[in-house]
Ligand binder design. Structure first.
Ligand code: AMP
Length: 232
């Protein structure tokens, strides 16, 4: 990567959105940006999975929908994001991973940010083929401790079953990463989320990135886009 941490850190804390279908690499790229720039990754999928694990009312309502591959209701997701955005670490700048996924959520995000005098700096669209997505999702797993992502074909740990980052041995696969649910998740993306590409393009906030190549090459391009957005 060519952009330095200070490029972004020295400027106002950015608010970035990663758009793209399931399997496009949003989580992987968000984690890399978090490590590189000290920004905070906000994944509504992770927040919802925590709510499900805690057994909260929102979690119970979300569980069924997530298993089917559909989208959880805007009200639930917006409330969860609102609470998370109110935590103090988000003043370092945030990368939204998996939010917004509908126009209603995008408008709610604008309102939430406006309350603290902020706005979106960039919406980065990770562009990929649907066919490749099914293969990517089917082979992925992550460390149950630190969340580092791995893949049966593209990124295996140096020692099988042992996380390169934290040494934990409890790798896990997501319950919704199966062929049936993936098809529904892709369809929900095209129906409800893809229109956001035009939404942000019209506002001049969209940056498109070809996300079919190796992770590190995509990370370099994403990093450049972030640096540009922070300076604009
Ligand atoms: P993800 O981890 O981003 O792939 O999300 C996993 C699942 O959580 C999705 O298939 C949805 O059911 C749900 N989900 C995550 N984020 C949202 C969102 N912004 N709006 C609605 N549902 C969401």
């Amino acid at each position: 990567m060519t952009e330095s941490k200070t490029d972004v850190a020295a400027l106002a804390p950015p608010v970035l959105i990663l758009l793209g279908p399931p399997g496009a690499g949003k989580g992987t790229q968000a984690r890399m940006l978090q490590q590189r720039y000290g920004l905070v990754q906000l994944s509504t999928g992770d927040l919802l999975r925590s709510a499900v694990a805690e057994g909260s009312e929102a979690g119970k309502a979300a569980d069924k929908v997530m298993k089917s591959g559909g989208l959880v209701s805007d009200d639930i997701v917006i409330a969860i994001l609102r609470d998370r955005l109110a935590e103090p670490d988000t003043t370092k700048g945030v990368i939204l991973d998996g939010f917004p996924r509908t126009t209603v959520q995008a408008e709610a995000l604008d309102d939430l940010l406006a309350e603290s005098g902020q706005q979106i700096d960039a919406a980065i669209s990770l562009e990929v083929d649907d066919e490749a997505m099914v293969h990517r999702i089917a082979g992925r797993y992550s460390c149950g401790e630190c969340g580092e992502g791995y893949h049966d074909s593209f990124k295996q740990p140096k020692v099988e079953g042992v996380c390169d980052v934290c040494g934990a041995t409890n790798m896990k696969r997501r319950a919704d990463d199966n062929a049936e649910t993936v098809a529904e998740r892709l369809s929900a993306y095209h129906r409800q989320t893809a229109p956001l590409i035009t939404y942000y393009e019209k506002r001049g906030a969209l940056q498109r990135i070809d996300a079919m190549g190796p992770i590190d090459e995509i990370a370099t391009t994403v990093s450049r886009a972030v640096s540009k957005a922070a300076k604009d």
